[in-house]
Design a protein around this ligand. Structure first.
Ligand SMILES: NC(=O)c1ccc[n+]([C@@H]2O[C@H](COP(=O)([O-])OP(=O)(O)OC[C@H]3O[C@@H](n4cnc5c(N)ncnc54)[C@H](OP(=O)(O)O)[C@@H]3O)[C@@H](O)[C@H]2O)c1
Length: 343
């Protein structure tokens, strides 16, 4: 069994890790940390886990975490940077759900996150944990930087077009909407039900922290620099991201439907819908899957790609476990094949 610990067990990605790991056949959960809830039974805070986990939250104690085979960080940015070096030196594998190790250029990270990087020496060791792109590197990694939720939906949506060099790289557009759980469980007036429900708005249009991460990874797929216009929106639902992507085709004869079906034919967690059907966020709730629909309206030169995920599963905790499965030589789908919840 793999001994797993989670730092940040009381957040939304933390509880989603617990829900998925509680029934993972190869995992034993050793420690779940929370400074605020230390000593409290997990099932007391999260009643959905009653009967599945008989554990209490504990303080993030490096001595205890060191005894794990792998530690997940489901914490705000800046936390993993301070704790990873010690764990790394002791041979513990790290799967970080935060942004701490995603951006390879330290100056760019510091500019967007507004603080000095706490562990620049390990950034080049980190593998970006998008299995559909980096599967082989993930298998031999010791430190995984899991992609953000918007980046997962947007990168998987653009990947076939960029990998095949079929679109103009200087004018990619992503219009995307995320559920309220994307902002985490911390209380804030902006996320009150009364502030967000029955409404729809854009935010961060001038610059969102996921932009440099996406441009870095899109450039790597394309093999050349790219420019992305990214407009995030707040969707007043609990789970889900819907990204609508636009790219200018260089060749109007390309069969987008065939391209996407072929590209993702062997991917267990990417589902290309039949022609002329559009994915809905309700079709992926609770599941580790990205569903994609493609179109070329009026047969003009714009490719339109709709890509949806559950931000907490394929956008965070499910993908983190997909990475763990690869790191430990398990079947990639192990513990991740539960169908989505509907209605
Ligand atoms: N929500 C999403 O959809 C999503 C998707 C992809 C990636 N992410 C990323 O995943 C990370 C976690 O997100 P979340 O939404 O689950 O956040 P969250 O709901 O705000 O939870 C944060 C967790 O981190 C713990 N924590 C905070 N400061 C800490 C510190 N200094 N040391 C140790 N533990 C600390 C908190 O518990 P205590 O304060 O009690 O210790 C809490 O359990 C973030 O970096 C986020 O950007 C989130």
């Amino acid at each position: 069994m793999i001994r797993v610990s989670i730092v940040g067990g009381t957040g939304y990605t933390g509880v989603e890790l617990l829900r998925l790991l509680a029934v993972h056949p190869e995992v034993e959960i050793a420690a779940i940390t929370s400074r605020g809830e230390s000593g409290r039974a997990v099932a007391d805070l999260f009643p959905n886990l009653r009967g599945h986990l008989d554990l209490q939250f504990s303080e993030p104690d490096p001595g205890r975490l060191n005894e794990s085979d792998v530690v997940f960080f489901a914490t705000p940015h800046g936390v993993a940077q301070s704790m990873v070096p010690d764990l790394y030196d002791r041979g513990v594998k790290i799967i970080d759900l935060s942004a701490d190790f995603r951006i390879q250029n330290i100056a760019v990270w510091e500019q967007w996150y507004g603080q000095p990087h706490g562990c620049p020496e390990l950034v080049s060791e980190a593998v970006y944990g998008l299995p559909e792109v980096n599967r082989d590197n993930i298998r031999s990694a010791r430190l995984i930087a899991c992609p953000g939720c918007y980046p997962t939906s947007i990168l998987l949506g653009f990947l076939p077009l960029l990998a095949k060099g079929l679109v103009a790289m200087d004018d990619l557009i992503a219009n995307a909407a995320s559920a309220a759980s994307g902002a985490g469980r911390g209380a804030s007036v902006n996320n009150l039900h009364t502030e967000i429900s029955d409404s729809f708005k854009a935010y961060g249009v001038e610059g969102h922290r996921h932009l440099p991460e996406m441009e870095q990874e899109l450039a790597s797929m394309a093999g050349e620099p790219v420019q992305l216009t990214f407009v995030p929106h707040l969707l007043p639902v609990i789970r889900g991201i819907h990204a609508t992507l636009y790219a200018t085709l260089l060749d109007n004869d390309v069969d987008l439907q065939a391209l996407y079906e072929r590209y993702y034919a062997d991917e267990p967690f990417v589902d290309v819908l039949p022609a002329a059907s559009y994915p809905q966020t309700r079709s992926v709730r609770g599941a580790n899957i990205c569903r994609i629909g493609v179109a070329r309206p009026q047969q003009r030169h714009k490719a339109v790609v709709m890509s949806i995920i559950d931000n907490l599963v394929k956008g965070a905790s499910g993908q983190a476990i997909q990475n763990m499965n690869l790191l430990f030589g398990l079947p990639e789908t192990c513990g991740l094949l539960t169908p989505p919840l509907l209605p």
